[in-house]
Design a protein around this ligand. Structure first.
Ligand SMILES: [Zn+2]
Length: 238
């Protein structure tokens, strides 16, 4: 009886346990280095092309005018499941920034999919803005800038009327149309901010939030309005 109950309890965990076991023997990792990256990846893989892609995306983010850290840690996982767990994101993502570190899908997945360059530019923008994010940069501007730098667009099917609602959707929306609309709106707002005060002013504002915080006060200095008020006006322009 006791054994029977233990078996029942184990059953739901079996697929997970099996995944872990089958992934485990291939998990010998090695560290590789390029000019700006320290990459941890399963040993023996051909990391040359991935490091080239990372370096090229790094240059693109720098060229846009964002300050990148001298060294970025990146980790390419042995399986999609390991990546999703380590990064805390859905399995369809190619890459994710966790603070100033980049978590990556297995190399075979990365190099097979066409959107790697954009995904790396997007995530490296988050790396460039990691300090600002830690000091209060809201998600709408963080994601909006990442989309601008990566040259990404998303359709705005849902209308947001307030910045805090947009912020909530960027943090935790589950439905694809809501997520896409939130990203599309964030991009439009970042683009509007750049149009209205100039790219140089936005970049030095972001740098200043990164070094000493004070987002709200500095945003007012930049636009003459608090962010909620500015957001309401811009969200209503659509
Ligand atoms: Zn993002």
């Amino acid at each position: 009886m006791r054994r029977f109950r233990a078996l029942l309890l184990l059953l739901p965990f079996l697929p997970f346990a099996r995944g872990m076991l089958s992934a485990a023997p291939a998990q010998r990792t090695a560290r590789y280095q390029s000019a700006h990256f320290i990459l941890t990846a399963p040993a023996g893989g051909d990391v040359g092309r991935l490091l080239d892609e990372l370096e090229s995306a790094y240059r693109d983010v720098q060229r846009y005018g964002l300050r990148m850290p001298a060294r970025v840690e990146a980790r390419s996982h042995g399986s999609t499941a390991d990546f999703a767990i380590a990064a805390g994101v859905a399995r369809f993502n190619l890459a994710a920034a966790v603070g100033a570190r980049i978590e990556l899908q297995p190399m075979s997945v990365l190099l097979r999919r066409g959107e790697l360059t954009r995904a790396l530019r997007h995530e490296l923008t988050h790396v460039a803005l990691a300090e600002a994010a830690r000091r209060g940069l809201p998600r709408w501007l963080n994601e909006g800038m990442a989309m601008m730098v990566a040259g990404e667009m998303q359709p705005e099917r849902i209308t947001f009327v307030r910045l805090d609602r947009l912020e909530d959707s960027l943090a935790g929306a589950r439905l694809q149309p809501t997520i896409r609309s939130a990203y599309g709106t964030a991009r439009r707002l970042a683009s509007r901010l750049i149009e209205s005060v100039g790219q140089g002013s936005v970049l030095s504002f972001l740098g200043s939030v990164g070094s000493s915080g004070g987002f709200e006060e500095k945003f007012r200095g930049l636009t003459g309005k608090g962010s909620a008020e500015w957001g309401r006006a811009e969200l209503g322009r659509r």
